[in-house]
Each structure stands twice: as C-alpha cells, then as structure tokens.
Write a protein that binds this ligand. Structure first.
Ligand code: AMP
Length: 216
C-alpha cells in the first residue's frame, strides 16, 4: 500500500511516518528530507532550494517531480511508500495520480493529522532531529532519552526553518496551497481524519487500526 501522511507543518507526520515504517515494512519518502539533502550539496540547485525553504515557500513542482519519480519508478519501493510532506499543492496531487497509474501502483489512503495552530508552533519550536539516525524528538513534548534514542545527543539538531519567522509563512503556505488538496482526496474517498493532538502512541494506534482495515 502507498499512504499519504497529510497535515500542517508540525502536525507529527515525520514522527508517525517513522513509526509506520518500523511496523509495516514501508518506506518513508519525505520530500522535505530529500530537499535538505540537496541543500547540503551547496550547489546551484541546493542554494535555490535553501532560499525557498528559508522563506517558508514551496519549491517548484518540477524539482519535486524529479525527486518523486526516482522513488516511484524504483521496484524496491513498489507499493510500499509513505509520502510525508507530499503532495503539497493540487498540481502535485494530480501529478501523483498520473505517476501512480503509470507505475501500476495504488494509493490506499490519506491520513490527515489535525492540530491547532498554537500547538503546531510549540511543537515546531521544540523539534529536534537526529542527524545520525533521522529520528525526530521534541524538547517539550517528547525529549530524546537513553530509552528512545541510542545516538549521542550531540547529533540532535534544530532545523534552520524551525524559527518564529519562517513558521508563520510556512503555515500561510499550508493554508493557501496545501489544505485545498483535502477536498481532492475526500472526493476520491481516500481521506481519514485523525486527531493529531492526542499522545504519539494513541495517534499511532488509530493509524494502525486504519491500516489494518485496509490490509484486511
Ligand atoms: P517539511 O520537511 O515537509 O516541513 O518541508 C520543509 C520545506 O521544504 C517546506 O517548507 C518547503 O519549502 C519544502 N518542501 C517540502 N516538501 C515540498 C513539496 N512537496 N513541494 C514543495 N516544497 C516542499
């Protein structure tokens, strides 16, 4: 099954995506992570991407398309992708439908995590990502400890776009460009809405229930 994890920045898509990956043998495709890898290369494309991410704007669809097609066309990931942070606008959603059909795959569901803006901001400002293992923690809500994280704490980093200025424009971009996709998936009967303010494990239980019913 291919799944879309949908929600505003800070809704918990990355955290839930990691949990789904380990329980369901799926592969997480985070366009944000792939873009940050491009930024690290410090070439022309990387600099162009960085400028947009720092402003909280979307990276052009063509760049995203080139990242997505590499994964969707790879037999290793056939029908086992969790899309995190993609699609981000209606054009990307329509492109994804075309690609899914072209590579004879199936979109099983869209899991939409709903969280209020005030909570999102707190979550984003506390977010820490381990640059070694990729796991996501939160200084306030889910701190890294010896029990949940085996890497050295010095690998924990705050994303440069997780600051007060960028958060506001990322949220605006979400409302204007990303949220309208929900209607697109509602019409295809793929949408499952989830309360994203519950505890991490509680949210995951709900997701497990939905995914199990799809597998049945
Ligand atoms: P994320 O890690 O999903 O929060 O994404 C971080 C930033 O990367 C976003 O604010 C956008 O600037 C960019 N980005 C991530 N995914 C996409 C996408 N599918 N389309 C366009 N821009 C994206």
């Amino acid at each position: 099954m291919n799944i879309i994890l949908f929600g505003p920045p800070g809704a918990g898509k990355g955290t839930q995506g990691d949990k789904i990956v380990s329980s369901f043998n799926l592969f997480k495709l985070s366009t944000g992570d792939l873009l940050r890898e491009e930024v690290k290369k410090k070439n022309e494309l990387g600099l162009e991407i960085k400028a947009l991410i720092d402003k909280g704007k979307l990276v052009p669809d063509e760049i995203i398309y080139n990242l997505i097609i590499k994964i969707l066309s790879n037999k290793k990931f056939y029908n086992r992708i969790i899309f995190d942070g993609y699609p981000r606008n209606l054009n990307q959603a329509k492109n994804l439908d075309i690609l899914i059909e072209k590579y004879k795959q199936k979109l099983s569901c869209v899991l939409s995590l709903k969280v209020d803006k005030e909570i999102l901001i707190k979550r984003i400002l506390g977010r820490q990502t381990c640059t070694k293992c990729g796991l996501i923690f939160n200084k306030f809500f889910y701190p890294a400890t010896e029990n949940n994280h085996s890497c050295d704490p010095r690998y924990l980093e705050i994303r440069p776009d997780d600051n007060n200025d960028t958060i506001a424009s990322r949220y605006e971009t979400y409302l204007k460009e990303t949220a309208p996709i929900l209607d697109f998936y509602q019409k295809q009967n793929l949408l499952h809405e989830i309360n994203g303010t519950a505890e991490i494990d509680q949210i995951f239980n709900e997701i497990q229930g939905i995914l199990a019913s799809l597998e049945a």
